[in-house]
Design a protein around this ligand. Structure first.
Ligand code: ZN
Length: 217
């Protein structure tokens, strides 16, 4: 039975890099994958960007409120047609895996769509995302993935103090902030100290509480 996998971690834990590596591994064996991400993630628009410099265009974007399973089926059909027309190697021509980046921004309903793609359509789905927001609350997509994914895997990264990072501190204009909207995309890669440039720093529990003055959520 195909499974829904959720690989989660703090910011900068290498999720996009790992996703692109998995795509590469499949394709090296002559298999086909489809890449998707929610449309809300404006960073890189329709690309998956690894911090190591590798980027790749997604096959489809999932808009807010969109039916992720229907979008997947359209792309799968397109791939099967291209195989039949000899545009891609004919065997094996079906989708071996669906890879979803920034899955925290999906709705619970869209995560259910991914579950059905795995269980009912028989295609493995690997979703990558951040578990919690800058106030330590679970993102809707992540909460649902943690609840129903067949397989959970934590991707680890370290805090500035050397402990394992589990939180994502939001930095605006060079200072940690603890109020604001749940979603604020870090547009400026490489950081910055301009007044409204948003960046994130992965923090352990100790450093998060230190920065927040003891506030959790
Ligand atoms: Zn720390």
């Amino acid at each position: 039975m195909a499974k829904l996998y959720f690989r989660y971690g703090a910011m900068n834990s290498g999720k996009s890099t790992a996703l692109l590596q998995v795509a590469y591994n499949y394709e090296e064996r002559g298999q086909h994958v489809l890449l998707a991400k929610p449309e809300i993630d404006t960073k890189g628009a329709s690309q998956i960007e690894s911090r190591l410099g590798v980027t790749r265009e997604v096959d489809f974007l999932i808009p807010a409120g969109g039916d992720a399973r229907a979008l997947f089926r359209d792309e799968r059909e397109r791939m099967l047609r291209r195989g039949a027309e000899g545009l891609i190697p004919a065997e094996p021509v079906d989708v071996a895996c669906l890879l979803v980046d920034e899955a925290q921004f999906l709705s619970a309903q869209q995560v259910d769509d991914l579950f059905r793609i795995a269980v009912e359509d028989g295609i493995p789905v690997m979703a990558y995302g951040i578990r919690n927001d800058f106030l330590t609350h679970a993102f809707p997509g992540s909460a649902r993935l943690l609840a129903i994914a067949h397989s959970l895997e934590e991707m680890k990264t370290i805090c500035r103090c050397g402990r394992k990072a589990v939180f994502n501190g939001r930095v605006v204009g060079g200072r940690f902030v603890f109020d604001g909207d749940q979603v604020a995309i870090d547009e400026a890669a490489g950081g910055g100290t301009a007044p409204d440039v948003v960046t994130y720093e992965s923090l352990c529990g100790n450093c998060y509480l230190e920065e927040s003055g003891g506030r959790l959520g």
